[in-house]
Ligand binder design. Sequence first.
Ligand code: SAM
Length: 287
Amino acid sequence: MAAGTEGSETESQLRWLAAHLLRCGLLDVDLRWDEAAGAGLPGTISFGESWSAGVARLERGEPVQYVIGETDFMGMRFFCDAWALIPRPETELVVEAAEAFAREALAAPYGTWPRPLPVLDVCTGSGCIACSLAARLGDAASVAASDISADALALARKNATALGVGVALRKADLFEGVAPASVALVTANPPYVSSADCDRLPRNVRDWEPRLALDGGAGGMEIISRLVAGAADVLLSGGRLVMEIGEDQGPAVRELLCQERTTMRMLELRRDFAGRDRVVVAERLPR
Ligand SMILES: C[S@@+](CC[C@H](N)C(=O)[O-])C[C@H]1O[C@@H](n2cnc3c(N)ncnc32)[C@H](O)[C@@H]1O
């Protein structure tokens, strides 16, 4: 593969673009590139144009996932566009913690939890959390998802359709319109970067990913605070909130849950692959 720019980050993005255009895995790019060169593919007008256009977009700093229009999450392929955050590997931890609780609830004696298990993913963006849970839990759960952005919801709908999973999608400001004590499991990866830090994010994030998906207001805690209070209202007794947070927000979220001590309690603060605080698991106390 002809890499026009230096740097391992750039090279891996070029490889990703090539894999997409050559319709092969990342490890097969060199082989497919040479085979395709033999068959004249990289010299064809359509391939050449797609490659040049893709490289030009990467050179402008656009994330490769937007350039190729897709990414992998939980072993599935999700469409990506500039209206929603690109699903991140650490968000898979939210799905894993949520699925563990759902399986526990589904194994409980009949009548303990409503069936199918009501699950709600707020701030759904591309729908990656909701679609993954719907795919993993099948008919045992009824997964709903919402976002304040109609454009993000359109992407989530496209992903749910392509993956063949049932997710009830709705435009809403957090829990707007959700009945009290009606949900067993709430998942969320809310915007949690402080407004000040948003301006200091790496350029490929700051200039390309939607501010609405990133900006958590002053201290990054505005949406998280509303989310914790709203979850206490919509969750059934014993239900769970599984939420992604910023690496430095563990103590503040713990404090927030302490303030809600009659309604919620922190069960767990999970770390990500880099050992940073990343996912909060909290329980709705009995009403
Ligand atoms: C960090 S992105 C997460 C997207 C997706 N869940 C993921 O993990 O990749 C946050 C999402 O929250 C949405 N959002 C921001 N404010 C919201 C609000 N008040 N109510 C509902 N959704 C909101 C944004 O539109 C964005 O799609």
